[in-house]
Ligand binder design. Sequence first.
Ligand code: AMP
Ligand code: MG
Length: 351
Amino acid sequence: METKIITIDSNHIDNNQLMSAVQILHNGGLVAFPTETVYGLGADGLNPEASKKIYSAKGRPSDNPLIIHIADFEALDKLTKDCSTYGRKLAEAFWPGPLTLILNKSELVPFSTTGGLDTVAVRMPSHPIAFELIRKSGIYIAAPSANVSGRPSPTKAEHVIEDMNGVIDMIIDGGKVDIGLESTIVDVTGDIPIILRPGFITIDMLEQVVGHVEYDKAILSKEKNPDIKPKAPGMKYKHYAPKGELTIYEGNSDSVIHAIKNAATRKLSEGYKVGIIATDETIEFYPKDIVKTIGTRKDEVTIARGLFEILRDFDTDGAEYIFTESFDNNQLGQAIMNRLLKAAGYHIEKV
Ligand code: AMP
Ligand code: MG
């Protein structure tokens, strides 16, 4: 298949370009597009044939449900039922934005989109291209991240091209995304909101709107624990993994730098290609030719934005072993560490 790649400026959306994407969605095809979190791989969420194509393009297990993207609150009422009062409050507070809500699904939503579940994941994105694509098409767009299953999520069109060129109908290049980590997922079907996946919207931000919020216990563990099953089916899979073997070093800064340098020297002497993930604050302490900075510790937003890109960049370099510093494990840092731990297959060295 030939993949059409088009560029759209999110500040001045070209209507003709956008309508060519709309056409593809109407015909049951696949369009990758930018959102404020990561690039999504979109199809008509109410068309089982179309969402099947998403699973095969990504190589995604069929029990891993899709998030449906909407552009107005009417859609929320159509796709879901029995929305809790606090669920509505969260939607009103954070939409459009990087928050996904799990709700009971209506008859309208096919089980092929929800992986057989009676619940559905819904989000209203704020990125102008995503928002306009949904609005103009009138389609409820099912869209997981536009990467091959298990690979780091795409934060720019080049990443989508790497994974999806020749496999999907269209890729909309809208530049680099803003946040760089997937949405926060909150289950709002019970008495208390439960975070199933940490993201840019932190527990503190949620609690300011609705009071007490809990975490799905399975996502807090720093160890892989086969006994606790995460409530979001996708969270049980190995994910975000670079091709090289990634190890996280945790401890005080000096010890971490020392340990990473030792590990890197050892692997280099054995003849392997090595990469080091540092920060603006620590990059100077590592050998220049193998280190990259992910962002600054003074602003975790930069680290979130850099995470998936740096993993893909080390793939391009052919790094066989990658060593990374670790990050604070609260607020946004929690989402960063959640992704990093999965990318490392929970391989963490305490020093
Ligand atoms: P992705 O779109 O690739 O970022 O993945 C979507 C995430 O949402 C996966 O981890 C899914 O397991 C999760 N998800 C989607 N629908 C549901 C649902 N109905 N209940 C729980 N988790 C869901
Ligand atoms: Mg994904």
